[in-house]
Design a protein around this ligand. Structure first.
Ligand code: KG4
Ligand code: ZN
Length: 350
């Protein structure tokens, strides 16, 4: 099956053609086009929703066209149109949803509504290799820091989320404090590499009580600001490294706790922050020690893209989950502590 997928939930205008009609183990991605809007939002230090949606309106038709051309296909060979319908910036989401409705209607093919967060988890399937079940899904992006529990027959449910900032947001804010560019995650990672080995780390560890599930990053961010004030001469590399290490500890503490409790067969690490090599290596080592599989998307499928929307779109199409043409975009993250087939459909295992 071939899916045309569209993503406009934030500041990337993206389209992809994704297909599962390949030899086992071959990539599902036939094409993926991502137009980043960093140039539009950089000077504001964050995404300006109105500007994001205007840019989506301008770019989306040609991005879709490019995705079809690069896949060497046309609308006649598309079996369904998948689109991010939640969560995200509402006006930005509507641009993608309206466009997807028009396309699906014009070719008389199903419209498939995709949750952006679930799609970040599904991104690990794009390499064409199955992910062992049950698994833990750690989704760490600019807007979310969520840990999920996944079972093949039931999909995913939420185990833990952030009490305040998302980890990616903390990366971006700390980068700003350190005078680095936007988006900040990549910049912090680069600078952290330059820190001397064994530099002292005065930043506090996460403040949650020992039995609690969840993440918190705002105290860490404040501690960085205070450190900067007290010691403005401290090398940016040392601060970036100290911050990144504490982020890893905060994330891995909850993951380890859940591994001990639930005994998964794999850990999925996904979302924009999963593009960070230090964090990837840290989780890979953790999985090796625990004897479970580590699944992380290719770098291209960590930050926002439409290929991951296509990956989940395919699973939903296979499960017969079509969206009605009065589908509405929904801006909020609906925190689901139960398995919800609309979020991630149960999948058949071989
Ligand atoms: O998934 P994503 O593209 O968008 C959201 O859905 O939020 O994630 C963007 C986030 C930004 O906060 C960015 O700073 C972070 O991912 N990020 C990184 C790295 N590359 C992107 N964080 C840490 N290290 C990186 N290499
Ligand atoms: Zn995202």
């Amino acid at each position: 099956m071939n899916i045309l997928a569209i993503e406009t939930s934030c500041d990337e205008t993206a389209a992809a053609v994704v297909s599962d009609a390949h030899a086992p183990g071959a990539s599902w991605v036939k094409s993926s086009v991502v137009a980043s809007q960093d140039d539009v939002h950089q000077r504001y230090g964050g995404v300006v929703p109105e500007l994001a949606s205007r840019r989506h309106v301008e770019l989306l038709p040609s991005i879709v066209q490019q995705a079809l051309e690069r896949a060497d296909t046309d609308l006649g060979s598309i079996d369904g149109v998948a689109v991010t319908a939640s969560p995200g910036l509402i006006a930005a989401l509507w641009v993608g949803v309206a466009h997807a409705k028009a396309l699906a209607y014009s070719i008389n093919r199903p419209l498939i509504a995709v949750n952006h967060l679930a799609a970040h988890l599904a991104a690990v399937l794009l390499d064409g290799k199955p992910c062992p079940w049950p698994n833990l899904g750690l989704l760490v992006s600019g807007g979310h820091t969520n840990l999920y529990w996944g079972e093949a027959a039931r999909g995913y449910r939420l185990l833990a989320t952030t009490r305040d900032d998302a980890a990616g947001e903390a990366f971006d804010k700390v980068a700003k404090l350190l005078g680095l560019g936007y988006p900040g995650g990549r910049e912090i990672e680069q600078r952290a590499k330059g820190a001397p080995m064994n530099a002292a780390n005065p930043l506090p560890k996460s403040k949650l009580k020992s039995g609690e599930m969840g993440f918190t990053f705002s105290g860490l961010k404040t501690a960085v600001a205070q450190w900067r004030q007290k010691q403005p001469e401290m090398a940016v590399e040392v601060v970036a490294h100290a911050f990144q290490e504490r982020v890893f500890e905060t994330l891995s503490e909850q993951v380890e706790k859940s591994m001990d409790l639930l005994r998964p067969r794999a850990l999925i690490f996904s979302g924009g922050v999963a593009a960070n090599r230090r964090l990837r290596q840290g989780f890979e080592a953790l999985c090796q020690r625990s004897g479970i599989a580590f699944k992380v998307p290719d770098f291209a499928w960590c930050t926002d893209n439409a290929a991951m929307i296509g990956a989940l779109g395919l699973l939903k199409l296979r499960a017969g989950q079509k969206a009605p043409f009065d589908l509405r975009a929904q801006p909020y993250e609906t925190l689901q502590s139960d398995f919800d087939p609309e979020f991630f459909p149960p999948v058949q295992t071989a």
